[in-house]
Design a protein around this ligand. Structure first.
Ligand code: SF4
Length: 436
């Protein structure tokens, strides 16, 4: 693979100078990788050889040919150089690379991503943009992604909003730079599109705190209750849910349910407690939480506020009740971003994942944003699941279209009902989340 990549990148540069033609093909991921090329009597590559006898797929690179020797000299340097008999006239060559892709595929489930070395000199931004064009792919980046990932994305936002935007496009591939449940939601809303997640192990402590088999038993104890679930849950949990909600519309969803109707709220106990406080409803709460929003330090925030007396303290409703009590404003990630844009203050202490600060700073460059400190010794409170995604993994998953998120048809059919129900209620409440 390394050889192929090196040659292909050099050749792509030649192509840019107009000396192209020919394509590099990869065999099926589970088969050895071959590339067939032809060289002329001077040793210059003239074209790939006919049809690849394996189930080859175009990977998008091009081979330079004729009047340049760049590609050939690159091959000369490679491990297989000795195999190139340049003295022979027009000879077809088969080059077998090491079976790295095949091995990476076999390890995909265990590692969660394609563990293939990426050339450190590769211009990842340019490569990712090229793959987007060639594959008709779009990148969705959640607000909590690293800033460099946000900057190559087509859409940046909250999980549901991103999935809705992706469903409205004619893209063939959705790459979700976020966590597993978000990519599942994108798949549910765009079942005909291929959905990729750079790292399958980018999970979510909140979604994982509510395993569907345990929740099914829990639900059986309350047969007359309806289930409202926060969108931060697995696709399977959505099949056990009557109405989904987001942190933006949760209040409107609960208030739309008749007062006499008992409710189970899952999986976030902190958001549930906040909703109980705001609505006065007595809901049964599943005991789940987000590891990021649960460890803000009350004491350190108080000290920080004292050092920044003009700063407003803004918090996500997934935070614990004693943290929310201190907040000047409580809102979803998008709600917090909008608040900082429209509010007159110039300094904010932000109690949510600090990835959002990149967009806050871009929208209001003259304002100051301070991440609220957690109870440990770190200065910030990053989500380790979100941060599993890297530019290298993003590039590899677009290049090889793995790991892919797939869902059984019944999960899509049943799960999407709870999302549609939420969208109907949101639409009626004028909250802007509409059905597509
Ligand atoms: S910040 Fe919390 S809710 Fe969001 S993905 Fe990370 S663990 Fe899950």
């Amino acid at each position: 693979m390394f050889v192929l990549k090196q040659a292909a990148h050099a050749v792509a540069a030649e192509e840019a100078r107009g000396q192209y033609v020919g394509d590099v093909y990869l065999a099926h991921p589970l088969e050895p990788v071959f590339m067939y090329i032809e060289v002329n009597s001077d040793g210059y590559i003239i074209q790939q050889h006919g049809q690849n006898p394996f189930r080859a797929t175009k990977v998008g690179y091009s081979i330079a040919w004729s009047a340049n020797s760049r590609a050939v000299s690159l091959f000369r340097k490679c491990t297989f150089a000795a195999l190139l008999p340049f003295a022979l006239p027009k000879l077809t060559l088969a080059i077998m690379t090491t079976d790295l892709l095949s091995r990476a595929m076999q390890n995909l489930e265990r590692k969660g991503f394609l563990d293939i070395e990426v050339d450190p000199e590769l211009d990842l931004v340019a490569e990712i943009q090229r793959l987007k064009r060639e594959k008709n792919a779009i990148i969705l980046a959640h607000y909590y992604q690293d800033s460099e990932i946000q900057d190559v994305a087509d859409f940046i936002g909250d999980s549901l909003g991103l999935s809705q935007k992706a469903a409205q496009t004619d893209a063939d591939i959705i790459v979700f730079a976020g966590v597993h449940f978000m990519a599942e939601t994108a798949k549910m809303l765009s079942p005909q599109k291929k959905v990729l997640l750079p790292d399958l192990k980018a999970g979510c402590s909140l979604a994982d705190s509510c395993p569907p088999h345990l929740f099914r038993k829990f639900k059986e104890k309350y047969p007359d209750h309806i289930v409202v679930s926060y969108i931060n849950c697995s696709a399977e949990l959505k099949t056990l849910t009557d109405i989904c909600c987001t942190s933006t519309n949760a209040l409107a969803i609960i208030e739309s349910i008749p007062k006499e109707q008992p409710i189970i709220f899952a999986p976030d106990k902190n958001l549930g407690a906040y909703l109980i406080k705001k609505t006065g409803r007595d809901m049964v709460l599943w005991n789940g939480s987000c590891m990021v929003h649960e460890i803000f330090s009350h004491e350190r925030i108080v000290k920080l506020k004292a050092r920044h007396p003009n700063a407003k303290f803004i918090a996500h409703p997934e935070c614990e009740p004693h943290i929310l009590e201190m907040a000047d404003f409580i809102g979803s990630t998008t709600g917090l971003l909008k608040f900082t844009i429209n509010d007159s203050a110039t300094e904010y202490i932000v109690a949510t994942e600090p990835g959002i600060i990149h967009q806050m700073q871009k929208a209001s460059p003259h304002k100051t944003f301070i991440p609220a400190p957690p109870q440990n010794n770190c200065a910030c409170n990053e989500c380790p699941h979100m941060k599993r995604n890297t530019m290298e993994k993003l590039y590899l998953c677009m290049q090889y279209e793995q790991p892919e998120i797939t869902l059984p048809d019944w999960v899509i059919e049943q799960g999407v009902r709870s999302i549609n129900r939420m969208l109907e209620i949101s639409e009626k409440a004028g909250l802007g989340l509409k059905r597509d």
